[in-house]
Design a protein around this ligand. Structure first.
Ligand code: DC
Length: 208
């Protein structure tokens, strides 16, 4: 089994557990972890705080270029407004292009990278590709519990609606849509514990 320079791509639907799996794999194989959703969330968050039009691609590109990509990995704003805005600005080809080189550079000596287009566009020659999903009901409940822990009051119905709307937008956009790479292992986490998902992924990695 290859250990050095191991590149693991994790794509999947919103709130499916990609990040949880990604962090655990990165820790286990001692390689860096990148949550690429944070890149899009950062652009969205800056646009919202500057109160600019979310449909303005030129401004979005300018903001993406101005990001300090070294620190963006620690940004983790899961606020629902930022979340929905990130999926909107992720449709812009210019924004995606600005962020592409950073993602490839990050993974060049091995990494776990999670997002929507990692196995298909960003790192198509990854050593391992996983596609993670779960029923929208279960994903909404998991997100609901996280919001509750952070004292954010959002009802379950709204969360489920937002998750489904975001999946639809991420799957239907023209540039780098969310889709299952031909060589990806699909894991449906609806009825699986975090440990079972991790063990299943490790089994695939170690046996390849
Ligand atoms: O993974 P996440 O839920 O934090 O991502 C937020 C949004 O960012 C998601 O709805 C679409 C966009 N995104 C993307 O288009 N491509 C990626 N590789 C990662 C995220």
């Amino acid at each position: 089994m290859k250990i050095n320079n191991l590149v693991i791509a994790i794509d999947g639907t919103a709130a499916s557990g990609k990040g949880t799996l990604g962090k655990k794999l990165a820790e286990s194989y001692k390689i860096p972890y990148l949550d690429t959703g944070n890149l899009y969330r950062s652009v969205a968050s800056l646009m919202l705080s500057a109160n600019v039009d979310l449909n303005d691609q030129e401004i979005a590109i300018k903001i993406a270029k101005s990001l300090d990509l070294k620190t963006v990995n620690v940004f983790n704003n899961r606020n629902i407004e930022v979340t929905n805005a990130s999926s909107l600005i992720a449709q812009f080809e210019g924004v995606r292009n600005v962020l592409l080189d950073f993602q490839r550079e990050f993974a060049k000596d091995g990494a776990v990278v999670d997002g929507r287009d990692i196995g298909t566009v960003v790192l198509p020659s990854s050593d391992h590709k996983f596609y993670i999903t779960a029923s929208s009901e279960v994903r909404a409940i998991r997100r609901f519990e996280q919001y509750k822990e952070n004292n954010e009051k959002i009802d379950l119905k709204t969360i489920k609606y937002d998750i489904e709307a975001r999946d639809k937008r991420d799957k239907e956009r023209i540039i780098a849509p969310l889709k299952i790479a031909d060589d990806a292992i699909i894991i449906d986490t609806t009825n699986l514990s975090i440990k079972s998902v991790f063990d299943f992924a490790v089994m695939h990695i170690d046996n390849k």
